[in-house]
Design a protein around this ligand. Structure first.
Ligand code: CA
Length: 644
């Protein structure tokens, strides 16, 4: 039996533990029907060389050190994507980071991809550093150019780069002209200018790699009509391209159904191929390189799958199915930076040295000369190491096998992949009834309630009830996984909206003598707790007389006390008490007094025995004679607690 663990911060714990077995057979993979032999399974591996320079090693599934490109090819990856920045270096030659990916890096990566039979997707950002919907900065060398000159520079640059790739024997299968170009590109902000640049990139591609596909790449498919608008612009300007490609990160980018709809619409209207050019999913919420991750357990994101290795695979399975079977012109799915792992697990200092020296973090401090507002402020390590398909030590996750397994399927019996935490409060004076089942996400991404066995002994139960208000984590077992129940033992208050923070829900004022003001007031300084309380005031003498009541019909049988607090002034003679009524009869009451502003007085009734049937009412009766300006007061924190 495990001891009860007292914890302070429930939020730090979560139940998304990876499934126990790492064997191939434990990865559930739905067979994707109609999957074409030439379907593109891509991997963006842009940062591999900077990582290797930083000392990172990769391994195959047998645990042997191996060229990561060989491992990828053996896992069913057909295309390697690499980003290309014009000149990601400052004047002194220090790299901006993010892999320091210039054309020389792309050539090296391309050669290794080609060696293992994979094609290259050359991804031109046409910037000296990251280009995305948030920024499309012009390369320093092209700054200030008019569009005609920039177009020519872009054409020449693309041509030169592609010639370098060709001379190096790289098998380029696709050229991406611009990255996430949602209406901006290379410093240009009008489609009129952008289309010239896209045409120039396409032209260079057709000349050097006539068999390669030309792709344009956009983001945010969830934004209504945006893709239709982009495609219409491309058509209007007769931009020469083959593939309309989209980023699709399930946390932010809408449903797969929407993705299929918007891409199918473009394919049908303009006869284009479509694909997902970037996706990824977290296999863990943990960080492994001392630089915080974009995706972790908190934050307002859509969590379509658990953060598990299986969850990561399920994202790829569902996207692939969508592109193959619901998007007729879908040609492929590219996973983003599945090889970008931690450069070390020792310390931030050691990693930082590598990020700065080799550019293996997302941005180095040197990037500030080019991108002062983003990279210049937030430079550092890897914010996506928990979305890689290799673990922090370079060993492939079993999810990497998904690409191959989707062809034949590996539809083993679904097992539990992650368990939902149980969160509950328990009255110190009531029995602790832990649930008999917990909700599980299964490896096939279905949900199922699984029977659970809790490690709760009678002795632990007794101690929890005897130790006052505290929080506990009780562990248990369900579906071969560890279940956790976060239990707060509290002095439970059976009244709804006890502190009036919900505006007095379930509370009833009954005015007995025409008071001027009776309402729930939102004024923190006049509240005992929270920001709201029940307020009363009347200018006339003897006009304050009212009750404030809440009636319960589903209270379990037991012994109860009522506590209420009041403060006020100018009250003169008063008769004030809180009370418990069973049926229409007051069974217990406790006197309360008003003195002056800020002096709260609390009344507490004796215990009453309630059988469990018939209505029971908790209330406050207030009658003030009033002096001078008339009586006023505030009532807050009404508590109906059970006692033994
Ligand atoms: Ca990180």
């Amino acid at each position: 039996m495990k001891p009860i663990v007292l914890i302070l911060l429930c939020a730090l714990f979560f139940a998304c533990l990876p499934a126990l077995s790492e064997g191939e057979s434990s990865l559930y993979v739905r067979k994707i029907e109609n999957l074409p032999d030439d379907f593109i399974f891509g991997m963006d591996a842009s940062s591999v060389i900077a990582l290797e320079d930083s000392g990172v090693k990769y391994y195959d599934f047998d645990g042997n050190e191996e060229d990561v490109f060989k491992v990828l090819a053996a896992s069913g990856i057909t295309h390697i994507r690499v980003r290309i920045w014009n000149h990601p270096y400052n004047m002194a030659g220090n790299g901006y980071g993010g892999g320091n990916n210039d054309i020389e890096k792309a050539v090296k990566i391309g050669q290794r991809a080609t060696k293992y039979g994979m094609k290259l997707i050359a991804n031109f950002h046409y910037s000296d550093f990251w280009a995305d919907p948030g920024k499309q900065m012009v390369p320093v060398a092209w700054a200030g150019m008019e569009i005609e000159e920039k177009t020519e520079a872009l054409y020449n640059y693309t041509r030169d780069c592609l010639v370098k790739l060709k001379d190096a024997g790289v098998d380029v299968g696709m050229v991406q002209v611009g990255n996430e170009t949602n209406g901006r590109m290379c410093g240009e902000k009008t489609w009129f200018n952008i289309q010239y640049l896209m045409q120039a990139g396409a032209k260079a591609t057709r000349e050097i790699y006539p068999d390669a596909l030309v792709a344009l790449h956009f983001a945010n498919p969830e934004k209504a009509d945006s893709y239709a608008t982009y495609a219409k612009k491309m058509d209007y300007y007769k931009v020469d391209y083959d593939v309309f490609a989209s980023s699709y990160y399930p946390y932010w980018h809408g449903t797969l159904e929407n993705l299929a709809n918007v891409l199918t619409d473009i394919a049908n209207t303009y006869g284009k191929k479509v694909m997902v050019m970037e996706t990824s999913y977290a296999y863990t919420a943990e960080d492994t390189d001392f630089y915080g991750n974009t995706i972790s357990d908190g934050g307002a994101i859509i969590k379509s799958y658990p953060f598990t290795v299986q969850g990561q695979a399920n994202n790829i399975i569902d996207i692939t199915d969508t592109l193959v079977n619901k998007t007729p012109a879908g040609i492929g799915v590219v996973y983003w930076e599945g090889t970008w792992i931690s450069v070390g697990t020792e310390s931030w200092e050691k990693n930082n040295e590598k990020w700065e020296t080799y550019g293996s973090g997302w941005a180095s401090s040197y990037a500030k000369t080019y991108d002062a507002n983003d990279a210049g402020k937030y430079f550092g390590g890897n914010a996506v190491d928990n979305q890689a398909m290799f673990d922090a030590s370079g060993h492939p996750l079993k999810s990497l096998k998904v690409f191959k397994l989707m062809r034949e399927g590996n539809e083993i019996a679904p097992a539990a992949d992650a368990l939902e935490d149980v969160n509950m409060i328990c009255d110190l004076n009531a029995p602790l009834n832990l649930p008999k089942t917990v909700n599980a996400v299964m490896t096939d991404n279905t949900k199922k309630a699984l029977p659970v066995t809790w490690n709760l002994t009678d002795e632990m139960d007794r101690k929890m009830h005897a130790s006052g208000p505290k929080q506990y984590v009780i562990e248990g077992e369900a579906g071969g996984m560890t279940a956790r129940a976060y239990v707060s033992m509290i002095e439970y208050n059976y009244l709804a909206d006890y502190s009036f923070e919900e505006g007095g829900k379930n509370w009833v004022f009954t005015d007995l003598n025409k008071a001027d003001e009776l309402y729930i007031e939102d004024k923190k300084t006049d509240s005992l707790t929270g920001t709201k309380h029940a307020h009363f005031w009347s200018a006339k003498k003897n006009s304050v007389e009212f009750t404030l009541e809440q009636t319960l019909t589903d209270l379990p049988g037991g012994k109860y006390t009522l506590t209420a607090s009041i403060m006020g002034g100018d009250a003169g003679n008063t008769e004030i008490y809180c009370y418990i009524k069973i049926g229409d009869e007051i069974i217990a009451k406790a006197p309360m007094t008003i003195t002056s502003y800020g002096n709260w007085n609390t009344g507490k009734t004796d215990a009453v025995v309630y059988s469990g049937s018939g209505k029971i009412t908790a209330g406050v009766y207030v009658k003030c004679e009033g002096s001078g300006n008339g009586a006023w007061g505030k009532i807050d924190d009404m508590m109906l607690n059970s006692i033994k």
